[in-house]
Design a protein around this ligand. Structure first.
Ligand code: PMP
Length: 276
């Protein structure tokens, strides 16, 4: 990579994180669509068609001989000069990393996470669109730093109106006292996660009521269950928020059921890497 790449100099670029489970890439089409939508938003021409990108993604996993993998696709503006002007960057850089990821220790999936709510707010959607998965993740890094300084592994983010939006790199769900599953709606300013959308579908198939609705810290604190979703995080329970115990302080039955259903679904669905 050139030191003049505007992805490095300015965070001018977009990215995706995708997983392969059991030799199949999970929701590859959805991840690539989101990547191309983000690129379109910033007027970045990806020098590959979506079909070609699919092929090289599969090839990257194959060359690394992986069946379970975390794939990072990065498209940056490419090398230019030291000014901001993207017109001076004739060709985008495309990088695909096929590796592994583990952002929380295994025991957190069994016992649940303790989290805080961060002081750092989500940047308002009318100034910085959170649906755009850009290389500018500094706000998210500040959130992650707050978590570490509070001695926990993750922090939740509120928007400037005080509604809960997401985690540092994951979406949030709570179960209320009626047994409904609530998650913030995309218009509040979240990245509309592919894991989130899959969990919503699975929960509805299981007969749960799922509502995409705004909620505040109060609903968080009195929630019966809480969990986070993301490609890297998968589905992970939350058992304490700002020191308030969630439910019984252990991963609840709805969370555990959805973790299992998500795991089973991910094992069986996806684009085969090595042929069927
Ligand atoms: N929110 C943010 C800010 C993220 O970076 C991610 C990870 N891509 C998510 C939510 C979860 O999205 P997904 O389930 O598509 O990985």
């Amino acid at each position: 990579m050139s030191v003049f790449d505007h992805g490095f100099l300015y965070g001018d670029g977009v990215f995706e994180g995708t997983r392969a489970y059991n030799g199949r890439i999970f929701k590859l089409q959805e991840h690539l669509e989101r990547l191309y939508e983000s690129a379109h938003h910033i007027l970045l021409d990806i020098p590959l068609s979506i079909e070609e990108m699919k092929e090289v993604t599969l090839e990257a996993v194959r060359r690394n001989n992986l069946r379970d993998s975390y794939i990072r696709t990065v498209v940056s503006r490419g090398p230019g000069d030291l000014g901001l002007d993207p017109a001076k960057c004739p060709r985008a850089s495309v990088v695909i990393i096929a590796d592994k990821i583990s952002i929380f220790p295994q025991e957190c999936y069994e016992r649940g996470l303790e989290v805080i709510t961060a002081v750092t707010r989500q940047r308002p959607a009318d100034t910085f669109e959170p649906r755009l998965k850009s290389l500018n993740y500094l706000n998210n890094i500040l959130v992650k730093l707050e978590a570490a300084h509070a001695g926990v592994m993750e922090a939740l983010v509120l928007n400037t109106q005080g509604y809960v939006v997401e985690g540092s790199g994951c979406n949030i769900f709570i179960v209320n006292k009626k047994g409904e599953l609530l998650t913030p709606p995309p218009y509040l300013g979240i990245l509309e996660g592919i894991t989130r959308n899959t969990v919503i579908d699975i929960a509805r198939q299981e007969g749960l009521t799922v509502r995409e609705t705004p909620f505040t810290r109060h609903e968080l604190y009195i929630s019966r269950e809480c969990f986070l979703t993301g490609t890297a995080a998968e589905v992970i329970p939350v058992v304490s928020i700002d020191r308030r115990t969630v439910g019984d302080g252990v991963p609840g039955p709805i969370t555990r059921e959805l973790m299992k259903k998500f795991h089973d679904y991910a094992q069986e669905n996806g684009t085969p890497v090595y042929g069927d």
